[in-house]
Design a protein around this ligand. Sequence first.
Ligand SMILES: *Cc1c(COP(=O)(O)O)cnc(C)c1O
Length: 369
Amino acid sequence: MTHSPVSGRLAGRVWNFSAGPSALPDAVIEQARDELPNWRDSGMSVMEMSHRSTGFIDIASRAESDFRRLLNIGDDYAVLFLQGGATLQFAMAPLNLLSGKRNADYFRTGMWSEKAVTEAERLCQVNLAVDTKATGYRDLPDPDHWQLNADAAFVHYTSNETIHGVQFHNTPDVGAVPLVADMSSDILSRPVDIRRFGLIYAGAQKNMGPAGLTVVVVRRDLLGKLAPGVPSMLDYAVHDKAGSMVNTPPTLAWYLAGLVFDWVLQQGGVEEMDRRNRMKADLLYSAIDASSFYANPVAPADRSLMNIPFTIAKPELESAFLERADAEGLVNLAGHRAVGGMRASIYNAMPLEGVQMLVDFMKEFERKH
Ligand SMILES: *Cc1c(COP(=O)(O)O)cnc(C)c1O
């Protein structure tokens, strides 16, 4: 790698556009490095601490209260720090929320909601209230085209489709039926009104921390209705009661997510993240739209601010693009294997400067070809 160092950045760090696990803020990496051998004079790293120690209990509760502060979450909601990824939530959500009903509404708007639907179909009757699969997941229909079932146990949607680059810019209004959101790739990227939701879940490795941690926010009045015969480890109520310490939690990931929450607070919270994320996405989409060399397939109103897929007019140049970008320290720009092309994931930790470097590189590459 022959990229030049960038001012204010940790030495040797690249601009990492990975969709997940993805870039963490340099400041967080630096703090984790400094604290690694000896966390606050404990004489040990966080990895080596008992999860029942006062040191770790402190780390855990601070992370939870910072997360609650960031999204303005009251005591009527549980915040859980779990394992199993967003993928386990595809099953846990129906197992906990069906509460005797047999059917649920799902919005199928991209690869991730498609996976959630496939898992839910093992457990209940799925009604596709929204389905854009036939047209290749390029846009979102207006609410008057949704086919909601008033009798559904819940409505599930994926707020940001990480692979197809489609994002809901408003929280769907689904009436009194509990709304469930997979926010894996846009949680903490913007403000949300928590009270609109019954359940939110997100794998940490996109916008909150390293892999191995899943954060769940669930309205407490929905708890305690687990389907019969289901293991207690899949019961939100059990985790809530145990403070997410039914068994050994992913201590290091929880600690690192806590550092990220603190960093977001210091930057100005989710409102500031939203402002920056809009600027970053605007810069990249404008560059793509201004050129006939690059293209993004998503309807402008439904484009993701987090994951921006794009293609090159001459697909045979893709590998050259990726190689040249890599040499410039712009890495992990290959699109998901299911859709091809390129994809830039520009979560909270990606500064405007990194996106500017990418846009400059893209213009230069276009000029040369
Ligand atoms: C990455 C991702 C998932 C899968 O997350 P895991 O933690 O790997 O299970 C699910 N949904 C969305 C929207 C994602 O971006």
